[in-house]
Write a protein that binds this ligand. Structure first.
Ligand code: NAD
Length: 363
C-alpha cells in the first residue's frame, strides 16, 4: 500500500441500519474532494455485518478481507440490528467487526472526544468544564483481557468458575505506546498512560514499557494515572488531558465515558490503525435500528471519520482541517440533526446535513 498517495483506494463498508444513509453523506464529501482537490480517491464497496450475512451467509466474507488488503483505508458505517440478534454468536454482525479488526491487526484505536463549543449545552457537565474539549483516547484493541488465555467457564470444586486473563507482551505495549506518542507529537505533546499498576502485574509491565518508549520522544511529556483516578479526572476536569493511552478493557470503558461527556454520540468519529497507519474509520455509534431509513440520523460522525482518514492514513492534514471547519461552519449557521438540536435550531435531515457540509466545503 502506498500511503499518502493521492490516488488512494478506499473500501466503503456501509454495513447495516443507518450505516447506509450516513455513509452516503460521507461519500458526497469524498466526491467533493475528488472534484475540487484532485484527490483521485477511488471507492470500492464491500459487505460486512448483517448485510454480508444476508448475501453470503457470513458476516465477514473472504471477499471483503481480500479487497480490504488491496485498499489504502476503510470507511465503515455501522453493523448490527435486531434482525440478526438470534443468530449463533459466530454469525452475528459484530463478529464481522471483531474479525476485520484482528485480521488486519488494527491494534491502535483512536477515539477523539471533541465538544464543539456550539454544542456545549448537549453535555451533562457544566459548560465551562467541557466547552472546547479536545481529548484523544488511544486504546489497545487486539490484546489484553478480551483475548488472553485461559478463558472460559468451567466446573471447579463443584461449582461454576469463570476465568479471563489480562495478558500483554511487552511488544504489544510498546507498539500502542509508539502510536500514542506519535499522535501526541501532532497535538499538544502530552501523554497520560492509564493502568492499575498498584494491583495488577500486567499493569506494572505496562507502566515500565511506557516509560521505556517515552525515552524515544523527548518532545512528549508522559504522566501516569490509575484507572479509577482517570475515570474521576475525566468527569472532574476533562480538559486537563491531551492524549490518554490505555489497555483494551480500560479503554473500552473510559472512551465511552469520554464520548458521553460530549453528549452527542452522532458527532464522534474513530480510527483503528495498524503499524503502518493503514486504518479503518467509523463513527463510534452503532447502526441505530430505531431511526434507520427515516432520514434523521446524524451523518457528522461519519463525515468526521473521513477527516480522520485523511489525517492519519492519507497524509492530507490540510484537507482534514477543511472538513473539520466545514462541519463547524454548518453548526455555526445553526443547522442541527434532531439528536443535537436545541430548542430554536434549524433541524435538518441526514441528506440535507450532508449537502450542507459539502456546500460549506466548497464555499
Ligand atoms: P446505537 O449507537 O446504534 O444507538 C444508541 C442510541 O443513539 C439510539 O437511540 C440511536 O437512535 C442513537 N444514535 C446512534 N447513532 C446516531 C446518529 N448518528 N444520529 C442520531 N442518533 C443516533 O447503539 P445500540 O442501540 O446499542 O445498538 C444498535 C445496534 O448497533 C446493535 O446491533 C449493536 O450491536 C450495534 N452496534 C454496532 C457498532 C458498530 O458497528 N461499531 C457499535 C455499537 C453498536
Amino acid at each position: 500500500r502506498i500511503l499518502g498517495n493521492k490516488m488512494s483506494k478506499i473500501l466503503i463498508l456501509p454495513g447495516d441500519g443507518i450505516g447506509i444513509e450516513i455513509i452516503a453523506q460521507a461519500v458526497k464529501v469524498i466526491d467533493s474532494l475528488n472534484r475540487n482537490h484532485a484527490m483521485g480517491m477511488n471507492l470500492v464497496s464491500g459487505l460486512l455485518g448483517g448485510a454480508a450475512y444476508d448475501e453470503t451467509g457470513s458476516p465477514f466474507p473472504d471477499e471483503t478481507i481480500r479487497i480490504a488488503k488491496e485498499c489504502n483505508s476503510i470507511l465503515l458505517g455501522a453493523v448490527g440490528g435486531p434482525k440478526w440478534e438470534s443468530l449463533e454468536r459466530s454469525l452475528r454482525p459484530e463478529r464481522g467487526l471483531l474479525g476485520i479488526r484482528s485480521e488486519l491487526e488494527l491494534f491502535s484505536n483512536l477515539r477523539p472526544a471533541i465538544l464543539y463549543p456550539q454544542l456545549a449545552s448537549a453535555s451533562s457537565l457544566k459548560k465551562e468544564i467541557v466547552s472546547g474539549l479536545d481529548l484523544m483516547i488511544v486504546r489497545e484493541l487486539v490484546g489484553g483481557i478480551y483475548f488472553g488465555q485461559p478463558r472460559g467457564v468451567e466446573i471447579k470444586n463443584g461449582e461454576r468458575f469463570g476465568v479471563n486473563s489480562a495478558t500483554y507482551y511487552e511488544s504489544e505495549i510498546a507498539r500502542i505506546g509508539h502510536s500514542a506518542f506519535q499522535i501526541a507529537q501532532k497535538r499538544e505533546g502530552r501523554v497520560c498512560s492509564v493502568d492499575k499498576a498498584n494491583v495488577l502485574e500486567v499493569s506494572e509491565l505496562w507502566r515500565d514499557v511506557m516509560e521505556e518508549v517515552s525515552k524515544e520522544y523527548s518532545d512528549v511529556k508522559l504522566s501516569h494515572l490509575y484507572v479509577d483516578n482517570a475515570a474521576m479526572q475525566l468527569v472532574r476536569d476533562p480538559k486537563q488531558f491531551d492524549v490518554m493511552v490505555t489497555s483494551n478493557l480500560f479503554g473500552d470503558v473510559l472512551s465511552d465515558c469520554a464520548a458521553m461527556l460530549t453528549g452527542s454520540i452522532g458527532m464522534l468519529p474513530s480510527a483503528s490503525l495498524d503499524k503502518n497507519n493503514f486504518g479503518m474509520y467509523e463513527p463510534i455509534h452503532g447502526s441505530a435500528p430505531d431511526i434507520a431509513g427515516k432520514d434523521i440520523a446524524n451523518p457528522l460522525a461519519t463525515i468526521l471519520s473521513v477527516s480522520m482518514m485523511l489525517r492519519y492514513s492519507l497524509n492530507q492534514a490540510e484537507l482534514a482541517e477543511k472538513i473539520d471547519s466545514a462541519v463547524s461552519d454548518v453548526l455555526d449557521q445553526g443547522y442541527r440533526t434532531r439528536d443535537i438540536a436545541g430548542d430554536s435550531q434549524k433541524v435538518v435531515g441526514t441528506e440535507e446535513m450532508g449537502d450542507l457540509v459539502v456546500k460549506a466545503l466548497e464555499s
